[in-house]
Design a binder for this molecule. Structure first.
Ligand code: COA
Ligand code: MG
Length: 294
């Protein structure tokens, strides 16, 4: 299953119990919305949050923003009601927390097909347990299983720190092997991957550094907790004008008849291969898609 190229630079979490946030989300310049029924909602607010999120998604008005509902874990008493509500209001995707292995996603996909018939939402998977780190390749492979319809990984770095006792420090040295393993697993499965949240939302410098690090690692975007994180996040994850110009230039050069049979050419003193032109096509598609949404 190849999914269409779309920008997922930013994905803003909001508690499903927060009506003001659900309303404000309709006006924010953000690529994805993560309407949370899980960790951000207290147990006694679960039912209220579920019906409020269902009403908001049914009412719509979210434009081009990708609308994703994070349900409660499948071993909780709320999961089944969450799934039924999600199928009825029809978000773009359902984010499954605490995924340990492919069977967790297969189970959700099976329940969705029972509740929802043919037009079920895509699945996104939280990668946040030690088991998920060890099973990352098998979970990512669900991206190629048309019954599961997995399209994105979301790194849950706070839960991962809790479960593994690894520390979340500036530079994230302890997390790096898991983060990069998940990048590889996502690409092997043909899906996108979003980096974890940065809790200190008032720390602009630290946040910008972590966005830059995520972009360098190949993350498609970052999960966010506060609207003020959106603009700096987009600055880090949008292709720059220079990158887009370079991508267009090398694609134009490979399209010239004199280069038709060449695998590598010299451009501005650099060796450029057809694989760079392929990478450039993705940059151009993302840039065009960003331009089209504004
Ligand atoms: N989504 C949408 N709007 C949000 C928002 C969010 N995540 N966080 C804050 N806002 C809005 C507020 O409603 C407020 O809007 P208004 O001034 O127009 O009424 C504005 O942004 C400024 O908010 P601020 O006062 O700075 O923050 P706060 O104290 O109200 O909230 C948090 C701080 C951390 C509680 C809040 O940002 C939050 O709940 N974040 C998401 C937490 C979450 O979902 N975690 C689960 C996954 S890690
Ligand atoms: Mg979590």
């Amino acid at each position: 299953m190849t999914q269409p190229i779309r920008p997922r630079r930013s994905a803003l979490y909001m508690p499903g119990s927060n009506a003001r946030a659900l309303e404000k989300a309709r006006t924010l310049d953000v690529d994805c919305l993560l309407l949370d029924l899980e960790d951000a909602v207290a147990p006694d607010a679960k039912d209220m949050a579920r019906s409020q999120v269902a009403d908001a998604v049914t009412a719509g008005g979210y434009g081009k923003r990708e609308v994703v509902i994070r349900i409660n874990g499948m071993d909780t008493p709320w999961a089944d009601d969450d799934l039924k509500a999600a199928v009825q209001c029809g978000p773009d995707a359902i984010l499954v927390p605490k995924v340990n292995g492919p069977e967790d996603l297969q189970k959700v996909a099976h329940l969705l097909s029972i509740h929802g018939g043919d037009q079920t939402p895509h699945l996104w998977a939280m990668m946040e347990t030690p088991q998920a780190m060890l099973n990352a390749a098998a979970i990512g492979a669900c991206g190629r299983d048309s019954r599961v319809r997995l399209t994105c990984f979301v790194m849950g770095t706070n839960d991962l720190a809790k479960e593994t006792r690894a520390r979340l420090t500036p530079g994230r040295a302890a997390m790096m092997p898991w983060l990069m393993t998940c990048v590889a697993a996502a690409r092997a499965g043909g899906i996108d991957i979003l980096d974890g949240v940065y809790n200190a939302f008032q720390d602009e410098e630290g946040f910008a550094a972590e966005c830059a690090q995520g972009a360098e690692m190949g993350m498609d975007g970052k999960t966010l907790i506060h609207p003020k994180q959106i603009a700096p996040c987009h600055a880090a994850f949008s292709p720059s004008e220079e990158e887009v110009a370079w991508a267009r230039k090398i694609n134009d050069l490979f399209d010239l008849p004199e280069n038709a049979s060449k695998g590598a050419i010299q451009v501005d003193g650099k060796m450029v291969e057809r694989l760079h032109a392929e990478m450039g096509k993705r940059v151009i598609a993302i840039a065009d898609s960003i331009a089209a949404r504004t």
